[in-house]
Structures are given as C-alpha cells and as structure tokens.
Design a protein around this ligand. Structure first.
Ligand SMILES: [Zn+2]
Length: 87
C-alpha cells in the first residue's frame, strides 16, 4: 500500500485550520503551518521577530502562515551565512 504524503500534508494543514490556528506573526488564518523550534544552540544571537515570539510563548512550535514561515527560514539561512562569513 502506498501512502499519499501530499494528502497527509494537506490534511494536517486543514486540521490546523479547523483548530482555528492563526499566524503568530501576521494573524493570517490561511495556509497556517506549524513552525518547529530547533535546539536553542542553533538559534542565532540576532533573534528574528518569530524567535522572540517563540521564546516569550515558551513553546516548541508556533503556528505561522506559509509566507511568514518561508520568510522565517529565509532569514535564518541568511543569518547563518553571515555568521559563518565573519568567523
Ligand atoms: Zn503570517
């Protein structure tokens, strides 16, 4: 039997919507996904807005809409590159 990962992913998203989750950053209720916090050691000293939200909420994951989620990962990647360059 073949598992349809895309269907599972879609059902996860719709479940989040049914639970009334909204983006922690912009309050959007569309395409809300869970952003997972990695080890604290991985966090850049120069925290993003989302990082601060997660720390203040003391949660391991927070709901973010897709655009904010993408932006968060983009910023994290940029921060990591900058940090490596200065070493
Ligand atoms: Zn958002």
């Amino acid at each position: 039997m073949k598992t349809d990962l895309r269907a599972l992913y879609a059902s996860g998203i719709s479940k989040a919507s049914l639970d009334g989750l909204t983006c922690s950053k912009c309050n959007s209720s569309t395409q809300v996904e869970m952003h997972h916090v990695r080890k604290m050691a991985d966090l850049n000293p120069k925290l993003t807005e989302v990082d601060r939200l997660m720390i203040s909420a003391r949660r391991k994951q927070i709901p973010l809409c897709r655009p904010c989620h993408m932006e968060t990962h983009r910023l994290a990647t940029l921060n990591k590159r900058n940090r490596n360059r200065t070493k």
